[in-house]
Design a protein around this ligand. Structure first.
Ligand code: PLP
Length: 441
């Protein structure tokens, strides 16, 4: 750790929260230098939905490397890219009757968001994009402007413009319809809100505190976008690739976004990889108009193809997510009842929200001491955030929840009571629970 502390910038963060040096990982477990095992309920912030070093994906990658397969290719045509696109069409697009063109915007999530914003502005000729309270879209200037967190935006050092902020579903609690609010502002030429190029949203705000948009709200925003000739961009970077059950998080709501951003678990192996999907008629790019050196991560193409073939040829993974989610929720409900917390989330992105953020912070710390890596989220880091690999076993989930139960109890015992919790916690919108695969109630 001394080498890291001496040489790595002060900007480092997760190695402070989880202070050990990790050496190996397999499935839902990480092992540190001393051989200590940790259950991983952080999963690369959603980049490891299929766990660490999945054997099928790893073997494909090894075979490809041994065969001198192309590793880097800018955006030239390669076998690996061709196979990825064909698999994406076969396992993701065709079964859902989705027609999207696929753009490779650069390797990270924020690259996918920048490309989406640029395209929406180019198509509509409008500058403003509506994004939502507590949104998180990335750290480059366009995506950062759309992000809610003030400290992150302040770090830009320049004005971040051309974003109109609107309250997310449930922002004011269950009694205020934020859709109606937005509708009214858009209908009123004197509200100060101009017709936007796009609405950019996460269906579940992950970093922003696991805020779940209801299917009705999502359909309402989609309809609003249509009425105002604006585009609907869904940022599915953290909650896509099966995190909420289906491949895309918006499927249950029955909406078809104009543009979709995907990254994180798309490669299935933690490889940097992102795509921006767009309706074919929106593909108005000129050749090379948006480019980047690392658009051809062929190692990611290979593992992504293997992941699609392994996990998305049928609905077994989706059903497993629903089952694990129902079990985890029931256990979290009990913890929440006992300690005045709120359960939030969908699928296998679940959280325990505390009125006092110190409780979430201490619970994460105690969990780590007991062998579980688990992060916090939300504007004040007040939500203990469960983000395990979707492939974890029932026994692993049970073990993780046992640790969480003890860690929360320990945190409650050692934290001085500062606030009356119920007064501060606004219940957020939740999906009907338990969520059955394929059923929208
Ligand atoms: N969008 C969402 C919803 C995210 O959760 C993240 C990262 O956490 C990003 C965008 C940015 O992705 P990246 O960190 O790969 O640039």
């Amino acid at each position: 750790m001394q080498t890291i502390e001496r040489l790595e910038s002060e900007v480092r963060s997760y190695c402070r929260a989880f202070p050990t040096i990790f050496s190996r990982a397999r499935g839902a477990e990480l092992f540190d230098r001393r051989g200590r095992a940790y259950l991983d309920f952080f999963a690369g912030a959603g980049a490891l939905n299929y766990g660490h070093n999945h054997p099928v994906l790893k073997q494909r990658l090894l075979d490809y490397l041994v065969g001198d397969g192309i590793a880097h290719s800018l955006d030239m045509a390669t076998d690996a890219k061709t196979r990825f696109l064909a698999a994406f069409e076969r396992y993701v697009l065709d079964p859902r009757r989705l027609r999207y063109k696929v753009m490779f915007p650069g390797p990270t999530g924020t690259n996918a968001v920048e490309a989406a914003l640029k395209l929406a502005r180019k198509i509509t000729g409008r500058t403003e994009v509506v994004s939502f309270t507590n949104a998180f879209h990335g750290m480059t200037l366009g995506a950062l402007a759309a992000t809610g967190n003030a400290a992150k935006r302040r770090a830009a050092g320049v004005p971040l413009t051309h974003i109109a902020r609107a309250p997310f579903d449930g922002y004011f609690g269950p009694d205020v319809d934020t859709l109606e609010h937005l509708e009214r502002r858009l209908a009123d030429h004197s509200s100060g809100l101009d017709r936007p190029a796009a609405f950019l949203l996460e269906t579940v705000q992950a970093e922003g505190g696991i805020n779940v948009a209801s299917p009705e709200w999502l359909r309402g925003i989609a309809e609003l976008a249509r009425r105002h000739d604006a585009l609907l961009i869904v940022d599915d970077i953290q909650v896509g690739c099966g995190r909420t059950g289906r491949f895309f998080s918006f499927e249950e709501a029955g909406i078809v976004p104009d543009i979709v951003c995907l990254s994180k678990s798309l490669s299935g192996f933690g490889q940097p990889f992102a795509v921006t999907l767009m309706r074919p008629d929106l593909d108005v790019w000129k050749p090379g108009e948006h480019n980047g050196t690392f658009r051809g991560n062929n190692l990611a193409f290979v593992t992504a193809t293997a992941a699609l073939e392994t996990f998305w040829a049928d609905d077994a993974l989706s059903r497993q997510v629903a089952e694990r989610s129902a079990y985890a929720r029931a256990r979290l409900d009990r913890i929440a009842q006992e300690h005045d917390a709120l359960v939030k989330g969908r699928g296998l992105i679940l959280g325990l929200a505390f009125a006092d953020p110190e409780l979430a912070r201490r619970a994460s710390q105690h969990a780590f001491e007991a062998g579980l890596v688990i992060e916090t989220a939300g504007p004040d880091d007040e939500v203990l955030k469960l983000l395990p690999p979707l492939t974890l076993t029932h026994a692993e989930l049970e073990r993780g929840l046992d640790i969480i139960t003890d860690a929360v109890a320990r945190a409650v015992k050692t934290t001085p009571r500062r606030t009356s919790p119920r007064a501060v916690l606004a219940p957020s919108t939740t999906y009907p629970h338990p969520q059955h695969h394929g059923v929208l109630s």
